[in-house]
Design a protein around this ligand. Structure first.
Ligand code: ADP
Ligand code: ZN
Ligand code: ZN
Length: 737
């Protein structure tokens, strides 16, 4: 048997392959450290991997081991993030290697060296003898003055002092008084001169409470209506945390491209701290650059979406999750993690505070923040009850009973009248309808045929301007048929309302109004939404028609009316989270009205004005509605009072799905009686993209019980003969089932 030479070692490498293990490779003669990127051969291909361990031995016989092809010396992942990744791999039953690689920027997953832009920061190493700075050397004086306030000065900060800073600073560097350190370049933030608001009492006590224990794990819920000044609390809180040398903070947001204002606010208010964003709208080189800036500690503030919860940050001191109830924190494929849960684990591992903010907290968080008697580790609850700007009031929310004021083309006379009044007063209106396209379905009145997708259990949506029918689930599209495919009738009618149709109706009703539509179809272009928002601010739009893209975070001072077109389907949806979601959506969209000094009005068209949800919404009382929902959930043994694991399976052949899931349910029952195992059932969307679907649900009082079952259940599923023939996935803590 051959043995390892003295200069060689064996690297245990993480790879992006769906196998739950590391892979050993021989490494000759190259210095290598844990966390470094390597290129290795795997199944006839070359893959990028991450070195997880360096050993002298392998369980695999030496002659069978392949050799490392290349070692990149560009980056090394630091160990700090490994425990988080390990936790997720275990908890979500997802291969560690696959997870680890998927959290890296794409550029680091490619077989080529990663290049990043560098810049310098300067710090004083030895105090300058006074005679070095003479009276006439104004620039030098100002530079030294800046050094007396800040330990490090960036090239950007120096440029702000004088364009000739180099001429003065470089001699000091050569003489050894000042040291230049290479860092990853970060786009500088520019300060703005608006005054810092004086916090109101509630805001101040929120910050005081959090800062009482700034160096310990503690989750906080900042519960405050829209416009109550949560963002202001984050900013002043983080300013405090960042004043500690080296400190970094992570701000998670649902969808940053929907809220360009947020980044701008952090940049102008915390301009002295290098800030980077991480989200899918960045180019791959920007993403790499920003990620490296976070990892190197240069970036002090990271604002990012879901995935950025995994960003390595060596000096992370606090996390903020804005709009913590938002469903986009949940990853719906690959590793189905919830960024809120992962952030919580990370905060605990690092022993730092974490702040969750929302006007309509998820029931999970509400439970943790209010049901303290049941919980060992409960969340601190901080409440902001009023709008922060003194003359801004909460909008008045009312229902329009469409039994009494019937809709025509989606609009009731009362709503039309309200829009007309706004137009006369040169105020803006927003009409919210959460469906894009022209109409949800095409219908034949002769034979009741309707347009449905052949590959999904879903209707084909009418997109009239393109004369096409589209499936919003699988992307299938076809021409609008000239006659009914079933009976030949040529009189086919679009049925129901969607954004395009509503815009058209409004154009007929108000030919002189400037009407803009905001949905995923009209906002395909990366900058389209920002441009549109700017038009709204500039007063160039009278009526906005849009989906939930418009609901989030925008601040339109001249918008005084929000009309909600159709929510009744969501009111009686079989999805157990539907009410919670609808309430928060309506609350958010209502929050767009009356941000300025003119009071806002929200009109909701519904057939059920007496529904509990509307009572609570009109009273703007989420707390009591949340408490009622929570009681219901507890009674029905739904989350958050119980924990769930969903095993989803799909295949073209439904029999295979059934076979696999029957086995899975049977197996789980054999393993444990601590867990309730439901029989396989079909989801509401039975067929998707041509695949027949079903699932098995596991329920338990404690997460540990589920984890115990899965420890032997998951390997049994992987070993099943159908495992590689059908598609299946585990969803731990699923949002819906
Ligand atoms: P939220 O994040 O809860 O929606 P914001 O922090 O965006 O609320 O605050 C809403 C508006 O009120 C913003 O224009 C903000 O500048 C302003 N604001 C926040 N706090 C104060 C305060 N203490 N005094 C005056 N204005 C404030
Ligand atoms: Zn027909
Ligand atoms: Zn489809």
């Amino acid at each position: 048997m051959s043995s390892l030479s003295s200069t060689s070692n064996i690297l245990s490498v993480a790879l992006d392959v769906p196998l739950d293990r590391m892979f050993d490779y021989v490494n000759h003669n190259v210095q290598v450290q844990i966390g470094q990127r390597v290129v290795v051969p795997f199944a006839g291909r070359q893959l990028v991997g991450i070195v997880m361990a360096i050993n002298q031995h392998s369980e695999v016989p030496l002659e069978k081991l392949k050799t490392v092809i290349h070692v990149f010396d560009d980056i090394a992942l630091d160990m700090q993030i490994f425990p988080l990744l390990q936790f997720c791999a275990d908890y979500y039953h997802y291969p560690l290697g696959q997870l680890l690689i998927s959290t890296l920027p794409l550029r680091l997953r490619q077989i080529k060296p990663a290049v990043s832009l560098k810049s310098y920061i300067y710090r004083v190493e030895h105090a300058l003898p006074p005679e070095h700075v003479q009276k006439r050397q104004l620039v030098l004086q100002r530079i030294m003055d800046a050094f007396s306030h800040q330990t490090h000065l960036s090239e950007y900060a120096l440029s702000a002092i004088s364009t000739s800073w180099r001429k003065w600073l470089h001699p000091l560097v050569s003489e050894g008084y000042v040291v230049a350190e290479e860092v990853i370049a970060v786009k500088p933030s520019v300060p703005a001169s608006h005054a810092v608001p004086v916090l109101n009492a509630e805001q101040q006590s929120a910050i005081d409470a959090i800062l009482e224990t700034p160096h310990a794990f503690k989750p906080w819920l900042l519960y405050g209506v829209t416009g109550s000044g949560k963002t202001e609390v984050y900013i002043q809180l983080l300013a405090n945390i960042l004043s500690e040398p080296l400190a970094q903070v992570l701000v998670l947001v649902p969808e940053i491209n929907l809220t360009p204002q947020l980044e701008a606010r952090f940049r102008t208010r915390l301009s002295q701290y290098p800030l980077v964003t991480l989200h899918s709208n960045l180019s791959e080189s920007e993403r790499l650059q920003n990620w490296l800036a976070a990892k190197s500690g240069t970036a002090k503030i990271v604002i990012g979406t879901r995935l950025s919860v995994f960003t390595p940050m060596p000096h992370l001191k606090m996390m903020v999750l804005d709009e913590e109830h938002d469903g986009s924190y949940k990853q719906q494929d690959g590793m189905r993690y919830h960024a809120r849960d992962v952030a919580m684990v990370r905060a605990k591992q690092l022993n730092i505070p974490i702040v969750l903010g929302s006007a309509t907290p998820s029931l999970e968080t509400w439970y943790n923040a209010t049901a303290s008697q049941h919980k060992k580790q409960s969340y601190g609850l901080l409440t902001l009850t009023e709008r922060a700007v003194t003359d801004a009031q909460l909008p008045k929310i009312m229902c329009i009973d469409i039994a009494k004021s019937p809709v025509e083309n989606g609009l009731s006379p009362l709503l039309i009248q309200a829009i007309r009044e706004r137009l006369a007063r040169r105020e803006q209106s927003l009409l919210f309808i959460n469906r894009r396209g022209y109409a949800p379905v095409l219908h034949c009145s002769a034979c009741q045929w309707h347009s449905s997708c052949a590959r999904c259990s879903a209707k084909l949506v009418v997109h009239l301007s393109q004369r096409r029918l589209k499936c919003h689930h699988c992307g299938h599209e076809q021409k609008i048929p000239l006659q009914c495919p079933s009976c030949g009738n040529t009189d086919l009618k679009p049925v129901g309302q969607a954004t395009q149709r509503l815009s058209q109706t409004l154009t007929h009703l108000f030919p002189n109004a400037r009407i803009a539509r905001v949905d995923r179809d009209s906002m395909r272009n990366k900058d389209a939404l920002t441009d549109m928002l700017n038009q709204v601010y500039a007063g160039e739009v009278d009526i906005l028609v849009g989906t939930q893209m418009l609901a989030k975070g925008h601040d339109f001072p001249n918008l005084t009316l929000v009309g909600v077109i159709d929510t009744d389907t969501a009111l009686y949806s079989p999805d157990f989270r539907a009410s919670e979601r609808l309430f928060s959506q309506l609350m958010q969209v209502s929050g767009r009205a009356g941000r300025g000094s003119v009071g806002g009005e929200v009109l909701i068209q519904t057939s059920f004005p007496d529904h509990d949800l509307f009572h609570a919404l009109r009273a703007q009382d989420y707390a009591s509605y949340a408490n009622a929902l929570l009681q219901e959930r507890i009674a029905m043994q739904f989350p958050p009072s119980r924990f769930f694991v969903l095993l989803k399976a799909e295949a073209t052949d439904f029999q295979q799905v059934q076979h696999f899931l029957n086995f899975a349910a049977e197996k789980a029952r054999q393993i444990s009686n601590q867990v309730l195992i439901y029989d396989p059932v079909r989801p509401q969307m039975e067929r998707l993209k041509g695949l027949e679907r079903a699932h098995v649900l596991l329920q338990a009082e404690k997460r540990q019980n589920l984890q115990k079952v899965m420890a032997s259940w998951v390997p049994a599923l992987r070993a099943h003969k159908l495992s590689s023939k059908i598609r299946w996935a585990l969803d731990i803590d699923p949002l819906e089932f």
